[in-house]
Design a binder for this molecule. Sequence first.
Ligand code: PHE
Length: 356
Amino acid sequence: MIVLLISYLCATNVITMSQDWFAEIKRMIVEIQSFEIKDATSLEQFRLQFLGTKNLIKPLFAAIGKIPNELKKEYGQLVNEAKILAEERFESFKELKESANKSNANHLDLSLPVRLRSEGTRHPISQVLERIVGIFSKIGFEVVEDREIEDDWHNFTALNTPDDHPARDMQDTYYLRDFGNMLLRTHTSSVQTRYMELNKPPIRILAPGRVYRNETISARSHCQFHQVEGLYIDKNISMADLKQTLLFFAKEMYGTEVRMRLRPSYFPFTEPSAEMDIYWGLKDETDYRITKGTGWLEILGCGMVDPAVLSNCGIDPEVYSGFAFGMGIERQAMLLHKIADIRYFFENDQRFLNQF
Ligand code: PHE
């Protein structure tokens, strides 16, 4: 009797329980269907309630284990339906939301915060180049550009550097194997000869450009770099004009307190020749390293244009004279910005470039 009663109670209990379970899941389905989604906030609430990690459907899934076997299948299907329904409703509103965003895109919302665009900057080499050009244009130098693939005549021979001249070893050259005597220019001095052949004095030009030398790439040297060439040809031009021009440049570039010196040197195409140093200082270890312990830094080569070069280019050295100078741009950019390695200029790493 007691056993019967207990089993009866249990049975009724199970039945009432199972009916409760069904009621709960049915109520949930109605709730999912009728949940009012009207904006992004209510959509998010819907998602949290029915799809989030702590959603209300989850415990109903967990309850499957407690359901009597004969009801399990039906119950499982219902819970699954509830879940699919919630997903479908959410997805349909998500599309609505996206399309709403798109159609709103045509309207200008002035209350939106500004979206900062990442802008590029001029390459540090271009910036230094522009500065140099700006300085010399103040005293009447005109910018001229010419080719990077040059012939032997304009790069060497016309510049008083014949085939067997030892000075050719100063600049290890890239020759273009299949193009006769063509080469990658080793200096912008090639623009001097090109220009003098076609133009009569007075000549006052500045020729910036890329040059190439077969050098081992290291922190201090590269197989490609940039130079600016200056050339001034007229009647009665002397070394004093060269010196004053360079002093003007040095003051504009490095400040009026700059100290400069001209050191005798040798180039086949200038006579006399000199190198210009500026005083960098000897305060710390880096200064010692950069200036090799002298405090002075060489920034350009210069000199009075050799009469033979003028003749080679069709200018009468009895009537005209002039000076030329050539400077490396990387070297000066490194000085100005205290950059320790020349290779940075050619890697185009945004983290480096964005600093300028
Ligand atoms: N062309 C020389 C060099 O590359 C520099 C230079 C230019 C020297 C003009 C004198 C006159 O080293």
